[in-house]
Write a protein that binds this ligand. Structure first.
Ligand SMILES: *Cc1c(COP(=O)(O)O)cnc(C)c1O
Length: 241
C-alpha cells in the first residue's frame, strides 16, 4: 500500500544505489571476516519528501533514519513504524532537545543520540507516559571535535548505566560520528582509529549491548570493517541534500 505513490523511476534509481551500497557492505564485511547479515542499513531520508521514503520502502529498505523529531513525526504519521504497529523502523539519529522528548519517546523505534542524564530523565518520563520502553544508544564523541555531540568516551558507561536504571529506557548500544574524511588517507589516519575506539568501548561495556551505530556515506565501509552493526547512509542512496 505504501508503494502506491512511489514513482517507478525513483524506485529503480534507489534500488540500484541500494544494491551498490549493500554490495560494498558485503565486501567490507568479507574483508573483516564478518557476516554481512549482521549489518543493518539505515536509510537516512532526512529532508527528502514522502515519495522518496515510499520509493525507499519499495526498494526493500525497512530501516529509515531522520535527524529531526518533527520530520520523523510527520513521516511516521503517513508511514507508521513498529512503535505504531507498522512494519518499518524509524531511527531518530540526531541530537534532541529535552522539550522534544515527548514525540521522540512516543515515535522513535530506536533513538541513537542519548547524550546527557537530563535527556535520559526527560525521555524516561515521556516513554512512561506513552506506555512504552524506548530503545536508546548512547552517542559518544569520537571525533575529538568540540562541535560534535555526544559524551566523552570515559563517560559513556555511566550514561548507559543511568539509562539501564530507568524502567522505560533500554540502552542497547553506542553511536558515534567520525570527523569528515577528505581522502583515503584521512579514512585511515582519522576515521578508522575513531571507529576502533567506539568498538572497544562497545566490546568492553558492563551492560550487554547489541547495536554499534557508526558509518555514513563517506565512511561506512571502514565502519563495517571496524565492527558496525548499523550504518546510517543518506546521500549515497538518495543523492545530495
Ligand atoms: C545526515 C546524517 C547521516 C547520513 O549522512 P550521509 O553523509 O548523507 O550518509 C548519518 N548520521 C547522522 C547522525 C546524520 O545526521
Amino acid at each position: 500500500m505504501t508503494t502506491e505513490t512511489a514513482p517507478p523511476d525513483l524506485v529503480d534509481q534507489i534500488t540500484e544505489r541500494a544494491t551498490d551500497v549493500r554490495r560494498r557492505i558485503a565486501e567490507a564485511a568479507d574483508r573483516a571476516g564478518r557476516d554481512a547479515e549482521a549489518v543493518t542499513l539505515v536509510a537516512v531520508t532526512k529532508t527528502h519528501p514522502l515519495e522518496t521514503v515510499r520509493a525507499a520502502i519499495a526498494a526493500g529498505l525497512r530501516d529509515l533514519g531522520e535527524n529531526r523529531v518533527q520530520e520523523l513525526v510527520d513521516k511516521s504519521d503517513a508511514i507508521p513504524g513498529e512503535a505504531d504497529g507498522g512494519d518499518v523502523r524509524w531511527h531518530l539519529i540526531g541530537s534532541l532537545q529535552r522539550n522534544k522528548a515527548r514525540d521522540a519517546a512516543a515515535r522513535a523505534d530506536l533513538f541513537h543520540a542519548l547524550d546527557s542524564v537530563r535527556l535520559a530523565k526527560a525521555l524516561e518520563k515521556k516513554a512512561a507516559d506513552a506506555g512504552r520502553v524506548l530503545p536508546v544508544l548512547v552517542q559518544v564523541n569520537i571525533s575529538g571535535e568540540d562541535a560534535k555531540h555526544g559524551v566523552e568516551p570515559e563517560d559513556a558507561y555511566d550514561l548507559l548505566q543511568t539509562a539501564a536504571e530507568r524502567g522505560h529506557l533500554r540502552p542497547v548500544g553506542l553511536m558515534g560520528m567520525a570527523a569528515i574524511a577528505e581522502d583515503d588517507d584521512d579514512l585511515e589516519r582519522v576515521v578508522r582509529p575513531a571507529f576502533r575506539t567506539l568498538r572497544q568501548l562497545y566490546e568492553g561495556s558492563p551492560i550487554p549491548l547489541s547495536v554499534l551505530s557508526m558509518g555514513m556515506s563517506g565512511d561506512y565501509e571502514v565502519a563495517v570493517e571496524e565492527g558496525a552493526t548499523h550504518v546510517r547512509v543518506g546521500s549515497a542512496l538518495f543523492g545530495p541534500r
